[in-house]
Write a protein that binds this ligand. Structure first.
Ligand code: SOE
Length: 387
Protein backbone atom coordinates (compact mmCIF):
# COMPACT_ATOMS: atom_id res chain seq x y z
CA UNK A 1 0.00 0.00 0.00
CA UNK A 2 1.40 3.38 -1.05
CA UNK A 3 1.00 6.64 0.83
CA UNK A 4 -1.13 9.29 -0.86
CA UNK A 5 -0.44 12.75 0.51
CA UNK A 6 -3.53 14.92 0.86
CA UNK A 7 -3.66 18.72 0.73
CA UNK A 8 -7.06 20.06 1.81
CA UNK A 9 -8.31 23.57 1.05
CA UNK A 10 -11.00 24.76 3.47
CA UNK A 11 -11.88 23.84 7.02
CA UNK A 12 -15.63 24.29 7.33
CA UNK A 13 -18.40 21.68 7.46
CA UNK A 14 -17.17 19.99 4.27
CA UNK A 15 -13.51 20.13 5.33
CA UNK A 16 -14.57 18.08 8.35
CA UNK A 17 -16.58 15.49 6.38
CA UNK A 18 -13.69 15.00 3.93
CA UNK A 19 -10.99 14.82 6.63
CA UNK A 20 -13.02 12.28 8.56
CA UNK A 21 -13.37 10.19 5.40
CA UNK A 22 -9.63 10.25 4.63
CA UNK A 23 -8.82 9.32 8.24
CA UNK A 24 -11.30 6.46 8.49
CA UNK A 25 -11.29 4.82 5.08
CA UNK A 26 -8.20 2.64 5.61
CA UNK A 27 -9.71 1.09 8.74
CA UNK A 28 -12.62 -0.37 6.81
CA UNK A 29 -11.52 -0.83 3.18
CA UNK A 30 -8.50 -2.63 1.67
CA UNK A 31 -7.13 -0.08 -0.77
CA UNK A 32 -4.06 0.44 -2.93
CA UNK A 33 -3.38 3.79 -1.21
CA UNK A 34 -3.18 5.02 2.38
CA UNK A 35 -4.33 8.69 2.65
CA UNK A 36 -1.93 10.83 4.68
CA UNK A 37 -3.30 14.15 5.97
CA UNK A 38 -0.36 16.32 5.04
CA UNK A 39 -1.46 19.97 4.80
CA UNK A 40 -4.58 22.07 5.25
CA UNK A 41 -4.78 25.49 3.57
CA UNK A 42 -6.90 28.06 5.39
CA UNK A 43 -7.02 31.85 5.04
CA UNK A 44 -7.25 32.28 8.80
CA UNK A 45 -3.95 30.99 10.24
CA UNK A 46 -5.24 30.43 13.80
CA UNK A 47 -8.30 28.50 12.62
CA UNK A 48 -6.17 26.54 10.14
CA UNK A 49 -3.67 25.53 12.83
CA UNK A 50 -6.48 24.49 15.19
CA UNK A 51 -8.12 22.46 12.42
CA UNK A 52 -4.80 20.78 11.56
CA UNK A 53 -4.25 19.83 15.21
CA UNK A 54 -7.79 18.52 15.65
CA UNK A 55 -7.88 16.40 12.50
CA UNK A 56 -4.26 15.27 12.41
CA UNK A 57 -2.83 17.26 9.50
CA UNK A 58 0.95 17.63 9.67
CA UNK A 59 0.74 21.38 9.07
CA UNK A 60 -1.43 24.30 7.95
CA UNK A 61 -0.64 27.06 5.45
CA UNK A 62 -2.48 30.30 4.64
CA UNK A 63 -1.76 30.28 0.90
CA UNK A 64 -3.25 27.34 -1.02
CA UNK A 65 -0.76 27.98 -3.87
CA UNK A 66 2.14 26.97 -1.64
CA UNK A 67 0.38 23.66 -0.98
CA UNK A 68 -0.65 23.06 -4.59
CA UNK A 69 2.91 23.63 -5.79
CA UNK A 70 4.51 21.45 -3.12
CA UNK A 71 6.04 18.22 -4.51
CA UNK A 72 5.00 16.55 -1.26
CA UNK A 73 1.27 16.75 -2.16
CA UNK A 74 -0.31 14.08 -4.40
CA UNK A 75 -3.98 15.01 -4.17
CA UNK A 76 -5.62 18.43 -3.75
CA UNK A 77 -9.05 18.29 -2.12
CA UNK A 78 -11.17 21.45 -2.48
CA UNK A 79 -13.66 22.07 0.32
CA UNK A 80 -13.63 25.86 0.23
CA UNK A 81 -16.47 28.15 -0.96
CA UNK A 82 -17.69 27.80 -4.56
CA UNK A 83 -15.94 30.91 -5.94
CA UNK A 84 -12.55 29.32 -5.21
CA UNK A 85 -13.15 25.94 -6.88
CA UNK A 86 -12.15 26.76 -10.45
CA UNK A 87 -8.91 28.61 -9.75
CA UNK A 88 -7.63 26.01 -7.28
CA UNK A 89 -8.67 22.99 -9.36
CA UNK A 90 -7.07 24.36 -12.52
CA UNK A 91 -3.82 25.19 -10.70
CA UNK A 92 -3.78 21.77 -9.03
CA UNK A 93 -4.32 19.96 -12.35
CA UNK A 94 -1.57 22.02 -13.98
CA UNK A 95 0.73 21.00 -11.13
CA UNK A 96 -0.09 17.36 -11.94
CA UNK A 97 -2.11 16.69 -8.78
CA UNK A 98 -5.18 14.51 -8.49
CA UNK A 99 -8.16 16.74 -7.69
CA UNK A 100 -11.28 16.19 -5.65
CA UNK A 101 -13.77 19.05 -5.49
CA UNK A 102 -16.81 19.69 -3.30
CA UNK A 103 -20.09 20.20 -5.19
CA UNK A 104 -21.17 22.10 -7.20
CA UNK A 105 -18.11 21.84 -9.44
CA UNK A 106 -18.17 25.47 -10.65
CA UNK A 107 -20.49 28.41 -9.99
CA UNK A 108 -21.73 27.83 -13.54
CA UNK A 109 -21.01 25.55 -16.49
CA UNK A 110 -18.48 28.02 -17.91
CA UNK A 111 -16.25 27.62 -14.86
CA UNK A 112 -16.79 23.87 -14.82
CA UNK A 113 -15.85 23.58 -18.49
CA UNK A 114 -12.44 25.12 -17.77
CA UNK A 115 -11.99 22.75 -14.82
CA UNK A 116 -12.83 19.72 -16.97
CA UNK A 117 -10.39 20.89 -19.63
CA UNK A 118 -7.65 21.28 -17.00
CA UNK A 119 -7.98 17.82 -15.43
CA UNK A 120 -8.48 16.07 -18.77
CA UNK A 121 -5.51 17.70 -20.48
CA UNK A 122 -3.33 17.00 -17.42
CA UNK A 123 -4.69 13.42 -17.33
CA UNK A 124 -5.17 13.52 -13.53
CA UNK A 125 -7.77 11.48 -11.61
CA UNK A 126 -10.66 13.68 -10.48
CA UNK A 127 -13.97 13.45 -8.68
CA UNK A 128 -16.79 15.72 -7.41
CA UNK A 129 -18.16 15.10 -3.90
CA UNK A 130 -21.79 14.29 -4.67
CA UNK A 131 -21.95 12.07 -1.63
CA UNK A 132 -25.60 10.91 -1.66
CA UNK A 133 -24.92 8.44 -4.48
CA UNK A 134 -22.95 6.45 -1.93
CA UNK A 135 -25.77 5.97 0.58
CA UNK A 136 -26.04 2.15 0.34
CA UNK A 137 -29.81 2.34 -0.27
CA UNK A 138 -29.28 4.78 -3.16
CA UNK A 139 -26.53 2.59 -4.63
CA UNK A 140 -28.92 -0.37 -4.35
CA UNK A 141 -31.58 1.65 -6.20
CA UNK A 142 -29.05 2.11 -9.01
CA UNK A 143 -28.39 -1.65 -9.11
CA UNK A 144 -32.12 -2.47 -9.22
CA UNK A 145 -32.68 -0.02 -12.07
CA UNK A 146 -29.65 -1.29 -14.02
CA UNK A 147 -30.90 -4.86 -13.61
CA UNK A 148 -34.07 -3.74 -15.39
CA UNK A 149 -36.37 -4.46 -12.45
CA UNK A 150 -38.33 -1.24 -12.89
CA UNK A 151 -38.66 -1.66 -16.64
CA UNK A 152 -39.43 1.47 -18.58
CA UNK A 153 -39.28 4.51 -16.29
CA UNK A 154 -42.21 6.94 -16.44
CA UNK A 155 -41.68 9.32 -13.51
CA UNK A 156 -38.91 10.78 -11.36
CA UNK A 157 -39.83 13.00 -8.38
CA UNK A 158 -37.23 14.68 -6.17
CA UNK A 159 -37.27 17.21 -3.32
CA UNK A 160 -34.58 18.74 -1.11
CA UNK A 161 -36.17 20.85 1.62
CA UNK A 162 -34.57 22.98 4.33
CA UNK A 163 -35.73 25.92 6.49
CA UNK A 164 -32.59 27.63 7.81
CA UNK A 165 -32.79 30.97 5.95
CA UNK A 166 -36.39 31.96 6.74
CA UNK A 167 -35.41 34.71 9.21
CA UNK A 168 -34.94 38.10 7.53
CA UNK A 169 -32.42 38.95 10.31
CA UNK A 170 -29.98 36.38 8.95
CA UNK A 171 -27.13 38.24 7.23
CA UNK A 172 -25.50 37.17 3.97
CA UNK A 173 -21.82 36.61 3.20
CA UNK A 174 -18.70 35.77 5.15
CA UNK A 175 -17.71 32.54 6.82
CA UNK A 176 -20.65 30.20 7.36
CA UNK A 177 -23.07 32.35 5.34
CA UNK A 178 -21.33 32.55 1.97
CA UNK A 179 -24.09 30.30 0.55
CA UNK A 180 -26.35 33.38 0.67
CA UNK A 181 -23.91 35.57 -1.28
CA UNK A 182 -24.49 35.05 -5.01
CA UNK A 183 -21.00 36.21 -5.98
CA UNK A 184 -19.46 33.47 -3.87
CA UNK A 185 -22.05 30.71 -4.26
CA UNK A 186 -23.03 31.31 -7.92
CA UNK A 187 -26.68 30.61 -7.16
CA UNK A 188 -28.88 29.70 -4.21
CA UNK A 189 -30.65 26.39 -3.72
CA UNK A 190 -30.27 25.60 -7.43
CA UNK A 191 -26.51 24.99 -7.16
CA UNK A 192 -26.56 23.90 -3.53
CA UNK A 193 -29.51 21.51 -3.14
CA UNK A 194 -31.03 20.91 -6.58
CA UNK A 195 -27.53 20.01 -7.77
CA UNK A 196 -27.57 16.98 -5.43
CA UNK A 197 -30.97 15.87 -6.70
CA UNK A 198 -29.89 16.33 -10.34
CA UNK A 199 -26.65 14.38 -9.85
CA UNK A 200 -28.51 11.44 -8.30
CA UNK A 201 -31.29 11.63 -10.90
CA UNK A 202 -28.97 11.56 -13.90
CA UNK A 203 -26.99 8.72 -12.36
CA UNK A 204 -30.16 6.68 -11.84
CA UNK A 205 -32.23 7.71 -14.85
CA UNK A 206 -29.90 9.14 -17.50
CA UNK A 207 -29.55 12.61 -18.95
CA UNK A 208 -32.09 15.44 -18.74
CA UNK A 209 -33.18 16.90 -22.06
CA UNK A 210 -35.23 20.00 -21.21
CA UNK A 211 -36.46 21.93 -18.19
CA UNK A 212 -39.10 24.48 -17.25
CA UNK A 213 -38.33 26.23 -13.98
CA UNK A 214 -39.54 28.81 -11.52
CA UNK A 215 -37.37 30.39 -8.83
CA UNK A 216 -38.09 32.90 -6.06
CA UNK A 217 -36.08 35.08 -3.71
CA UNK A 218 -38.39 35.58 -0.73
CA UNK A 219 -36.11 37.92 1.26
CA UNK A 220 -34.91 40.58 -1.19
CA UNK A 221 -32.18 42.26 0.88
CA UNK A 222 -29.99 41.26 3.81
CA UNK A 223 -27.15 42.82 5.73
CA UNK A 224 -23.83 41.73 4.23
CA UNK A 225 -21.35 40.45 6.80
CA UNK A 226 -18.31 41.77 4.93
CA UNK A 227 -19.52 45.31 4.12
CA UNK A 228 -21.94 45.86 7.00
CA UNK A 229 -24.45 47.29 4.50
CA UNK A 230 -27.91 46.03 3.64
CA UNK A 231 -27.50 44.67 0.10
CA UNK A 232 -29.78 43.02 -2.47
CA UNK A 233 -29.97 39.23 -2.24
CA UNK A 234 -28.92 37.65 -5.54
CA UNK A 235 -29.53 33.99 -4.75
CA UNK A 236 -32.66 31.93 -5.39
CA UNK A 237 -34.31 30.87 -2.11
CA UNK A 238 -36.54 28.31 -3.82
CA UNK A 239 -36.20 26.59 -7.19
CA UNK A 240 -38.66 24.19 -8.79
CA UNK A 241 -38.62 22.64 -12.22
CA UNK A 242 -40.33 20.23 -14.55
CA UNK A 243 -38.07 18.06 -16.70
CA UNK A 244 -38.09 15.59 -19.53
CA UNK A 245 -35.35 12.95 -19.43
CA UNK A 246 -33.76 11.58 -22.61
CA UNK A 247 -35.45 8.22 -21.89
CA UNK A 248 -38.84 9.95 -22.19
CA UNK A 249 -39.70 9.98 -18.48
CA UNK A 250 -41.15 13.10 -16.85
CA UNK A 251 -39.90 14.64 -13.64
CA UNK A 252 -40.51 17.22 -10.97
CA UNK A 253 -37.73 18.68 -8.82
CA UNK A 254 -38.06 21.07 -5.88
CA UNK A 255 -35.51 22.67 -3.57
CA UNK A 256 -36.08 25.35 -0.98
CA UNK A 257 -34.69 26.77 2.26
CA UNK A 258 -38.19 27.96 3.23
CA UNK A 259 -39.96 24.68 4.08
CA UNK A 260 -40.56 25.29 7.79
CA UNK A 261 -39.90 22.13 9.77
CA UNK A 262 -37.62 20.47 7.24
CA UNK A 263 -33.88 20.53 7.94
CA UNK A 264 -32.49 18.37 5.13
CA UNK A 265 -35.35 16.35 3.69
CA UNK A 266 -33.97 14.87 0.48
CA UNK A 267 -36.41 12.41 -1.08
CA UNK A 268 -36.89 10.82 -4.47
CA UNK A 269 -39.41 8.47 -6.02
CA UNK A 270 -39.13 6.60 -9.32
CA UNK A 271 -42.09 4.93 -10.98
CA UNK A 272 -41.40 2.27 -13.60
CA UNK A 273 -43.50 -0.10 -15.63
CA UNK A 274 -42.87 -3.07 -13.28
CA UNK A 275 -41.76 -1.52 -10.01
CA UNK A 276 -41.29 1.70 -8.04
CA UNK A 277 -38.69 2.95 -5.59
CA UNK A 278 -38.82 5.62 -2.86
CA UNK A 279 -35.96 6.90 -0.72
CA UNK A 280 -35.80 9.46 2.10
CA UNK A 281 -32.59 10.91 3.58
CA UNK A 282 -34.21 11.08 7.03
CA UNK A 283 -34.57 7.28 6.89
CA UNK A 284 -31.48 6.77 4.77
CA UNK A 285 -30.89 3.09 5.49
CA UNK A 286 -34.29 2.10 4.08
CA UNK A 287 -35.39 1.69 0.45
CA UNK A 288 -39.13 1.46 -0.22
CA UNK A 289 -39.75 -0.94 -3.08
CA UNK A 290 -42.97 -1.97 -4.82
CA UNK A 291 -42.85 -4.86 -7.29
CA UNK A 292 -45.93 -5.40 -9.43
CA UNK A 293 -44.65 -8.93 -10.16
CA UNK A 294 -45.34 -10.03 -6.55
CA UNK A 295 -48.24 -12.39 -5.94
CA UNK A 296 -51.28 -10.08 -5.81
CA UNK A 297 -52.52 -11.07 -2.32
CA UNK A 298 -49.24 -10.07 -0.69
CA UNK A 299 -48.28 -7.32 -3.12
CA UNK A 300 -47.41 -4.02 -1.48
CA UNK A 301 -44.63 -1.59 -0.63
CA UNK A 302 -41.68 -3.37 0.95
CA UNK A 303 -39.46 -1.45 3.37
CA UNK A 304 -36.00 -2.85 2.75
CA UNK A 305 -33.51 -2.33 5.60
CA UNK A 306 -30.23 -1.84 3.76
CA UNK A 307 -27.88 -3.20 6.40
CA UNK A 308 -27.10 -6.73 5.24
CA UNK A 309 -23.64 -7.75 4.12
CA UNK A 310 -24.82 -8.31 0.53
CA UNK A 311 -26.05 -4.71 0.31
CA UNK A 312 -23.72 -2.14 -1.31
CA UNK A 313 -20.75 -1.20 0.93
CA UNK A 314 -22.28 -2.89 4.01
CA UNK A 315 -19.86 -5.83 4.19
CA UNK A 316 -17.21 -3.26 5.19
CA UNK A 317 -19.13 -2.17 8.28
CA UNK A 318 -20.55 -3.84 11.36
CA UNK A 319 -22.83 -6.88 11.46
CA UNK A 320 -26.15 -7.24 9.59
CA UNK A 321 -28.91 -5.06 11.01
CA UNK A 322 -26.62 -2.31 12.34
CA UNK A 323 -26.90 1.03 10.59
CA UNK A 324 -24.45 3.55 9.23
CA UNK A 325 -25.03 7.25 8.50
CA UNK A 326 -24.23 10.45 6.65
CA UNK A 327 -20.46 10.50 7.22
CA UNK A 328 -20.09 7.02 5.74
CA UNK A 329 -21.15 8.29 2.30
CA UNK A 330 -17.96 10.37 2.19
CA UNK A 331 -15.88 7.39 3.32
CA UNK A 332 -17.39 5.31 0.49
CA UNK A 333 -16.57 8.06 -1.95
CA UNK A 334 -12.91 8.10 -0.90
CA UNK A 335 -12.78 4.29 -1.03
CA UNK A 336 -14.12 4.24 -4.60
CA UNK A 337 -11.77 7.05 -5.62
CA UNK A 338 -8.65 5.32 -4.25
CA UNK A 339 -9.73 2.03 -5.82
CA UNK A 340 -10.18 3.78 -9.16
CA UNK A 341 -6.80 5.52 -8.90
CA UNK A 342 -5.25 2.09 -8.30
CA UNK A 343 -6.77 1.06 -11.65
CA UNK A 344 -5.55 4.24 -13.35
CA UNK A 345 -9.05 5.77 -13.56
CA UNK A 346 -11.19 8.52 -12.08
CA UNK A 347 -14.19 7.69 -9.92
CA UNK A 348 -17.69 8.77 -10.72
CA UNK A 349 -18.92 11.51 -10.56
CA UNK A 350 -15.96 12.87 -12.49
CA UNK A 351 -15.50 16.58 -13.22
CA UNK A 352 -17.15 15.91 -16.57
CA UNK A 353 -20.21 14.51 -14.82
CA UNK A 354 -20.14 17.51 -12.46
CA UNK A 355 -20.21 19.71 -15.55
CA UNK A 356 -23.30 17.86 -16.80
CA UNK A 357 -25.06 18.74 -13.53
CA UNK A 358 -23.99 22.37 -13.94
CA UNK A 359 -25.41 22.32 -17.48
CA UNK A 360 -28.79 21.42 -15.96
CA UNK A 361 -28.60 23.99 -13.13
CA UNK A 362 -27.66 26.66 -15.70
CA UNK A 363 -30.66 25.63 -17.82
CA UNK A 364 -32.90 25.81 -14.72
CA UNK A 365 -31.78 29.37 -13.95
CA UNK A 366 -32.11 30.39 -17.60
CA UNK A 367 -35.60 28.89 -17.83
CA UNK A 368 -36.74 30.69 -14.68
CA UNK A 369 -35.36 34.00 -15.97
CA UNK A 370 -36.96 33.59 -19.43
CA UNK A 371 -40.17 31.97 -18.11
CA UNK A 372 -39.94 29.31 -20.81
CA UNK A 373 -38.69 25.76 -21.51
CA UNK A 374 -34.92 25.49 -22.05
CA UNK A 375 -33.06 22.63 -23.75
CA UNK A 376 -30.12 21.37 -21.68
CA UNK A 377 -26.80 21.56 -23.46
CA UNK A 378 -25.98 18.20 -25.01
CA UNK A 379 -22.35 17.15 -24.65
CA UNK A 380 -22.23 13.93 -26.60
CA UNK A 381 -18.55 13.55 -25.79
CA UNK A 382 -19.06 12.47 -22.13
CA UNK A 383 -16.38 9.96 -21.21
CA UNK A 384 -17.59 6.71 -19.69
CA UNK A 385 -14.45 5.16 -18.27
CA UNK A 386 -14.96 6.15 -14.62
CA UNK A 387 -16.12 3.54 -12.09
C1 SOE B 1 -26.64 23.31 2.77
O1 SOE B 1 -27.22 23.57 3.99
C2 SOE B 1 -25.99 21.93 2.77
O2 SOE B 1 -24.99 21.89 3.75
C3 SOE B 1 -25.39 21.64 1.40
O3 SOE B 1 -24.39 22.56 1.06
C4 SOE B 1 -24.86 20.21 1.38
O4 SOE B 1 -24.33 19.90 0.12
C5 SOE B 1 -26.03 19.27 1.72
O5 SOE B 1 -25.60 17.94 1.68
C6 SOE B 1 -26.60 19.60 3.06
O6 SOE B 1 -26.99 20.95 3.07
Amino acid sequence: MKNLNIGLVGYGFMGRTHSNAFRSVGNFFDLPYRPVLKTVAARNSGRGAAFAAQWGFEKSVTDWREMVESPKIDLVDIASPNDTHAEIAIAAAKAGKMVMCEKPLGRNAGESEAMVAAVESAGVPNMVWYNYRRVPAVTLAKQLIDEGRLGRIFHYRAKFLQDWTISSDLPQGGEGLWRLDVNVAGSGVTGDLLAHTIDTAMWLNGSIQEVSAVTETFIKSRKHNLTGNVEPVGIDDASLFLARFSNGSLATFEATRYARGHKALYTFEINGEHASIMWDLHDLHRLQYFDHGDESQVRGWRSLHITDSDHPYMSHWWVPGLQIGYEHTFIHQVADFLQAVGEGKSASPTFREGLATDDVTDAVLESAAKRSWVTVRDRADVKKEAI
